[in-house]
Design a protein around this ligand. Sequence first.
Ligand code: PMP
Length: 322
Amino acid sequence: MTALPDVLPDPIVYLNGELVPLSEARVPVLDRGFIFGDGIYEVAPLYAQAGGRRTAFRFRQHLARLARSVGKIGIANPFDDAGWRALIERVVAANEADGGLRDDQDAIAYIQVTRGVAKRVHAFPAGIQPTVFVMVTPLNLPDAAQRAHGVRCVTAEDRRWLNCDIKSVSLLGNVLMAQYAAENDAFETIQLRDGMLTEGSSSNVWVVKGGVLSAPPRSHKILEGIRYGLIEELTAECGIRFDARDITEAELRAADEIIVSSATKEVLPVTQLDGQPVGEGKPGEVFAALYSAYQRAKAHEALEAQEAQQGVENESRERVTA
Ligand code: PMP
């Protein structure tokens, strides 16, 4: 019996201590992730480098958010940072060996931790083991046309709960927003809560007016994307003023530029909102500057990782010859 429709790829995944084909990975139906959506997840890009290495971009920050997510819902983190890194490397290596992932392919690491399996009672059961699932699949970044022309978005009222800062697998609110976008031939739904911008169904949203970049401040109303801190840094590098502040619906609609960001989208310009052009209806200068700076940040991290690896190799060679 296969658990997957035939059209789906079948990567090697990690589930509770084992590496297995996705089609054979099983969790009991009483897993609290299935029954209650009682779990969290993380999504991190692994960029392919020349020479077959991969850089887990901003991985320290992704692992810190993972630690915050489990902490916020009272699950003991199943691994420390070194443990998570080693685990991701294991899954990557298994998929490379299996031919499911080519050396030159960017990838995405999906990590999910649920509270585990127990009798169906709402409150936390004592003494259960978290379920840990890791999947590494090819990452398809937006194409050049999307960056050149920008994407269309629609707006909707944000009806999600007020713990949006937790990267919870309880994503029904986000799923409904993504579906709303799909039904309206849009790339993403940009949400507003009580007339104020919050975020997309799976992205943070940035607004440019008069050369100043703004985003809603970090709070329980949005998920703090790993790109939030990154873009803050990139604005400083590019000499762009950044303002974290509440943004009204009128300001969103009057923006010169709107940008969405996420691990799988990097930064993308929004050139149409609810059928109206954003600014001049084409990607703007702030987007162009941030996109270039983002690519430089990737190259910089790749170089740092390569140097660190070189350092480790030199050190072990010295130890052998000493
Ligand atoms: N907000 C929501 C609701 C998201 O799902 C995502 C994507 N994980 C983001 C923001 C952006 O986060 P990141 O930059 O870490 O991908």
